[in-house]
Ligand binder design. Structure first.
Ligand SMILES: *[C@@H]1O[C@H](CO)[C@@H](O)[C@H](O)[C@H]1NC(C)=O
Ligand SMILES: *[C@@H]1O[C@H](CO)[C@@H](O)[C@H](O)[C@H]1NC(C)=O
Ligand SMILES: *[C@@H]1O[C@H](CO)[C@@H](O)[C@H](O)[C@H]1NC(C)=O
Ligand SMILES: *[C@@H]1O[C@H](CO)[C@@H](O)[C@H](O)[C@H]1NC(C)=O
Ligand SMILES: *[C@@H]1O[C@H](CO)[C@@H](O)[C@H](O)[C@H]1NC(C)=O
Ligand SMILES: *[C@@H]1O[C@H](CO)[C@@H](O)[C@H](O)[C@H]1NC(C)=O
Ligand SMILES: *[C@@H]1O[C@H](CO)[C@@H](O)[C@H](O)[C@H]1NC(C)=O
Ligand SMILES: *[C@@H]1O[C@H](CO)[C@@H](O)[C@H](O)[C@H]1NC(C)=O
Ligand SMILES: *[C@@H]1O[C@H](CO)[C@@H](O)[C@H](O)[C@H]1NC(C)=O
Length: 408
């Protein structure tokens, strides 16, 4: 009887087995999928580097495995490696000679591990990578001093990800060896102070500081920066250093902060995208016109206690000091307190294409006197207090899409 009942099961399994090993005499034992010079060994329950991969492997992906330590001899067999990825393991350390034979390695992803445990030994390992360009250390529970040690002497790095760690305070020692740094992601830490942290990184172009606890950015003087993201902080003041130099800044994201004033932007810049949504921005120049009673409070000075050379003065009520907004294409002011546009403000933006003003306090709008740019194609003034919108007949081309819902 038992023999009879087994037979149909065997018959079912046989064709499946044939499909799994098509036309091959060697059953596939490697946990890795090989595509050209890449070995993809993700999610394969590995705790050590598989041996027997091609000697000339250039990319090795070992994400979502169970690595705790990367041992000195792990990579000896793969001297052509350019890209190594070990994200989402339980890595505590890389032994100090791990990269003795990895002189070509350019990209190393160690995201989401536990390198806070063995950062000292790991730092010795990293120093043996002369051509390392991209390093991802995000989500490793790293504190300020761990990061300083890990990054010492890593002079070739161009891209660095430190997001989701425990950084609180950065100073001029933090990134002092990273002279080639172009892109730095510091979002989702607990930072409240940046003290000259980027002074040694003259090539830095993209900086993400979103989701931290920064209270202000005064003395902003990073002329080479192209993208700055400081959204979701507690910024009350953004004040540029009044340098007689053109800032390369194109995108500035200050959304979801506590700004009371339109940011004090550089006087010469290429700024195209300015995101200021969800702050408390309004304009105050109507206050400044009203006589002398405000004399004593019209300037505010910021003192850097350690270094008096960095005093910054801002003339608060002078809306003429918005800085260079002549290249703006997108201005996002959703969810602020704007009651009116200062005289000439809109005209300063001849290439503006999107103006997002929904949920503010606008009361009147005279499209004729504001002289909106001819390239404006989106104007969102919904959810304001508008009771009057004035426009010359035929003034606007049909391309403009205007949202006006929820007004008086
Ligand atoms: C994963 O590997 C461990 C030993 O390294 C073994 O005990 C376990 O059964 C493996 N799990 C799976 C799902 O293969
Ligand atoms: C790091 O750089 C410093 C000076 O640039 C040098 O003295 C030191 O030996 C380097 N350390 C290592 C481990 O390479
Ligand atoms: C940095 O790492 C985080 C988390 O691993 C990721 O979400 C983010 O996209 C990375 N940043 C960049 C610029 O690649
Ligand atoms: C700034 O960073 C936040 C968080 O990563 C992201 O949601 C937002 O899109 C970024 N802003 C820009 C302009 O890219
Ligand atoms: C700013 O620089 C320009 C040319 O680079 C020069 O003509 C001008 O005088 C400078 N202004 C100030 C205030 O230094
Ligand atoms: C200042 O003057 C403007 C008109 O120029 C007026 O609308 C505003 O209420 C005045 N503000 C104060 C505080 O007196
Ligand atoms: C305000 O400042 C002006 C010039 O700076 C001065 O003439 C005037 O007396 C001041 N008013 C008060 C009330 O201090
Ligand atoms: C900055 O302010 C302090 C305190 O008022 C002052 O002593 C110092 O001279 C100022 N420095 C500069 C460069 O203005
Ligand atoms: C709107 O602005 C134009 C041009 O400045 C002006 O002629 C017109 O009187 C204004 N309309 C209203 C209702 O204020």
């Amino acid at each position: 009887m038992p023999v009879h009942s087994l037979t149909p099961i065997l018959l079912c399994l046989l064709p499946v087995w044939i499909i799994l090993t098509p036309g091959s005499c060697h059953p596939q034992l490697s946990p890795c999928q090989l595509i050209q010079r890449s070995a993809l060994c993700n999610n394969a329950n590995l705790s050590s580097v598989p041996s027997g991969l091609p000697h000339n492997t250039e990319e090795l992906q070992l994400n979502y495995n169970h690595f705790q330590t990367l041992q000195d001899d792990s990579l000896l067999g793969y001297p052509s490696l350019k890209t190594l990825s070990l994200a989402c393991n339980s890595l505590e350390k890389l032994e100090s000679n791990t990269f003795q034979n990895s002189k070509l390695l350019e990209s190393l992803n160690l995201a989401n591990n536990k390198l806070y445990i063995g950062y000292t030994e790991t730092s010795y390992a990293l120093k043996k990578l002369p051509g390392l360009k991209a390093l991802d250390l995000s989500e490793n529970e790293l504190h300020d001093e761990f990061v300083t040690i890990l990054l010492q002497n890593l002079t070739s790095i161009e891209y660095l990800n430190l997001s989701g760690n425990l950084l609180q305070r950065l100073d001029e020692t933090s990134f002092s060896d990273l002279h080639q740094l172009k892109e730095l992601d510091l979002q989702r830490n607990i930072m409240f102070e940046l003290d000259g942290a980027f002074d040694s990184n003259p090539k830095l172009q993209r900086l993400n500081l979103a989701f931290n606890y920064l209270p202000c950015l005064t003395d902003f003087h990073m002329t080479q920066l192209v993208v700055l993201n400081v959204s979701h902080n507690f910024i009350e003041w953004f004040i540029s250093n009044d340098l007689n130099e053109t800032f390369q800044l194109e995108t500035l994201d200050l959304s979801n902060n506590k700004l009371l004033f339109f940011p004090f932007l550089p006087s010469h810049s290429k700024l195209r995208n300015l995101y200021l949504s969800h702050n408390n921005v309004r304009f105050y120049d109507q206050l400044a016109d009203n006589g002398t009673s405000l004399n004593s409070t019209t300037t505010v000075e910021f003192y850097n206690l350690k270094n008096h050379m960095r005093n910054v003065t801002a003339r608060l009520w002078d809306d003429g000091l918005h800085g260079d907004i002549s290249s703006l294409e997108i201005l996002d002011l959703r969810g602020n307190q704007v009651e009116y546009f200062p005289v000439g403000f809109i005209q300063k933006m001849p290439t503006l294409s999107r103006l997002q003003m929904c949920t503010n306090c606008l009361e009147t709008l005279n499209l004729t006197s504001e002289q909106f740019s001819g390239s404006l194609y989106e104007l969102d003034i919904s959810n304001n207090r508008l009771n009057q919108i004035v426009a010359d007949e035929g003034q606007r081309g049909s391309a403009l899409s205007m949202h006006m819902g929820s007004n008086k």
